[in-house]
Design a protein around this ligand. Structure first.
Ligand SMILES: Cc1cc2nc3c(=O)[nH]c(=O)nc-3n(C[C@H](O)[C@H](O)[C@H](O)COP(=O)(O)OP(=O)(O)OC[C@H]3O[C@@H](n4cnc5c(N)ncnc54)[C@H](O)[C@@H]3O)c2cc1C
Length: 508
């Protein structure tokens, strides 16, 4: 098939850079008896990991339980065993039940009062935006076309009312383009109903948007050693996850009706999460001053009457409109490959029925994503070590070379090459070689067009190293302005946009 994707913002700027950043089956959905979904998404975890070990890392999660809490030893043990079974979990990653002393030894910051023990199981930590971009890069390597900052504004139809393309606007260079296609897929997350409205096919089931917020603390203030999944007094579940010297906590789950592109964390969100943390980690006495950064995202859930936000199912569904527009809605990031497989199989059947050719079965189950050609997950650590040698040869320290090798996998050499060829003069002279290499790679291989694309979606720095962003954003802007030939107006606009993002992340 010939495929093209247009994205009106930057790639992953919607929900896919704003999640809890876990590739997981959704243990908590077992409480709602979503057995089939947990089994399906749970099994996808292993596939996502195998095909991209550079963006996904197994990490033990600890579920503590307390006297009078939602869970006890028996229900935790049963729930985790069921999860292992449904998700087909590997032997060494299966659940372990722990005594109170062992639970506290794993994480001494946990509340001691009423502690009855813990259950430990494996989830996978990811970088959601990088995962999305690596999938996209792999598609482009296989012949797809992908363009960011291009918005579908209208559908085009033939005389029988069949959708035959879109009129799209280039939001950077300006201008309108008509893109023709035999089949069109609406995979716009929180915007799927907006597009169904354009197609006059928003009937039956609709979306319900709920907002989820995460807060980031510095490791010196919240020195969490072990990822924790805990229940809150109102019966919800919250994650606290250590990552790169920081700890992040989330999420909230509240109905949302504001601007879809700019969901923001509010004081209520902040207070809810601070209270939850101070309940479970009482010795820290965290306050609003301790929050370094934050983000908010919208869950595109399918509306179900009478259910509270956290009870609404996370299942995905496909709608086909009379014009032939295929909409995929709901679901989880973890299930992205399976959702895509379902849609593409459907497209193949439609094209075949139309006499437009036959297509083989979907091949993504065993297809490494970009950067994932590392010989499988088991060899990844060794691979990264070997790959880092090229970075050291380009003048990086061992630690910097290893950071790049771990983040970019089999693409690390392309980053190292840019460092080795760094010109003596040019924009962004204040950037370190490591940052320069990543930035040039992001511009040339990952279509980063604006500073925020690099600082949020290509590196996650705005969330996990906001101090670095404050110190280096001027150098990043200078380097990008030089490489991408910004006009003065663009330079000012993008700098302002970044300033707004910095404010939104740090001032709540
Ligand atoms: C707080 C929170 C935590 C979550 N945690 C997890 C988790 O830990 N693990 C997990 O697996 N899932 C998680 N999820 C769910 C997961 O993030 C989403 O299911 C997934 O990211 C949705 O991806 P999507 O591609 O459907 O939507 P999006 O990522 O939003 O992509 C849709 C894109 O369409 C673009 N678009 C819209 N209109 C147009 C147009 N007219 N023209 C062109 N482009 C357009 C948008 O700009 C947007 O980027 C979480 C969600 C939230 C909100």
């Amino acid at each position: 098939m010939k495929a093209a994707l247009i994205e009106m913002q930057d790639f992953a700027a919607g929900t896919s850079s704003r999640s809890t950043k876990l590739v997981h089956g959704g243990l908590r959905y077992l409480k709602q008896f979503e057995v089939k979904m947990v089994a399906e998404v749970g099994k996808e975890r292993a596939i996502v990991y195998e095909n991209g070990p550079h963006v996904t890392t197994p990490e033990r999660m600890l579920l503590p339980f307390y006297k009078g809490g939602t869970f006890g030893r028996l229900s935790t043990s049963f729930g985790l065993r069921l999860y292992d079974f449904l998700a087909g979990v590997k032997r060494d990653e299966r659940r372990r039940m722990l005594s109170p002393a062992d639970t506290l030894a794993l994480e001494p910051l946990l509340k001691k009062e009423g502690m009855r023990g813990g259950g430990s199981y494996v989830e996978y930590r990811t970088d959601d935006a990088r995962l999305t971009i690596e999938v996209l890069k792999r598609a482009v390597e296989s012949g797809a076309i992908a363009v960011n900052y291009a918005k579908a504004e209208q559908f085009l139809y033939d005389e029988k009312g069949k959708a035959t393309g879109v009129a799209a606007r280039d939001l950077i260079g300006g201008g309108e383009y008509r893109i023709r296609a035999r089949q069109i897929v609406n995979a716009t997350g929180p915007w799927v109903d907006t597009l169904r409205e354009l197609d006059r096919s928003k009937k039956g089931k609709t979306l319900r948007l709920t907002k989820g917020v995460h807060l980031v603390f510095d490791g010196s203030r919240f020195p969490l050693r072990q990822a924790i999944y805990f229940d809150t007094p109102d019966g919800r579940m919250v994650f606290a996850i250590p990552r790169d010297g920081k700890t992040y906590v989330g999420t909230t789950d509240t109905d949302y009706s504001g601007d879809t592109a700019q969901p923001r964390a509010t004081r209520e969100d902040r207070d809810y999460l601070l209270n939850a943390c101070n309940g479970m980690f009482p010795y820290l006495r965290l306050g609003e001053r301790d929050i370094e950064s934050s983000w908010a995202g919208l869950r595109p859930l399918i509306y179900e009457e009478g259910k509270s936000p956290s009870e609404v199912s996370r299942r995905d569904e496909i709608f086909v409109s009379p014009s032939g527009l295929i909409t995929i809605a709901g679901g989880k990031l973890t299930g992205y490959r399976k959702m895509a497989e379902t849609v593409v199989d459907r497209l193949a059947a439609l094209l075949r029925a139309d006499g437009r050719g036959t297509f083989g079965p979907c091949a993504t189950r065993e297809l490494p994503i970009s950067g994932g050609d590392v010989g499988g997950s088991e060899s990844f650590a060794q691979y990264a070590k070997r790959a880092a040698a090229a970075g050291e040869a380009a003048g990086l320290t061992t630690a910097a070379a290893q950071r790049i090798a771990s983040r970019y996998g089999s693409n690390a050499k392309a980053v190292f090459e840019r460092i080795a060829k760094r010109p003596a003069a040019g924009g962004g002279a204040d950037l370190s070689d490591e940052d320069y290499g990543m930035l040039m790679y992001a511009i040339e291989e990952e279509m980063a067009a604006k500073p925020a694309d690099f600082l949020i979606r290509r590196t996650g720095a705005l969330f996990f190293d906001i101090g670095w962003v404050r110190r280096n954003h001027a150098a990043v802007i200078a380097c990008m302005a030089d490489a991408l030939q910004y006009t003065e107006a663009q330079r000012a606009e993008y700098a302002e946009e970044l300033e707004r993002e910095l404010k939104a992340a740090s001032e709540i």
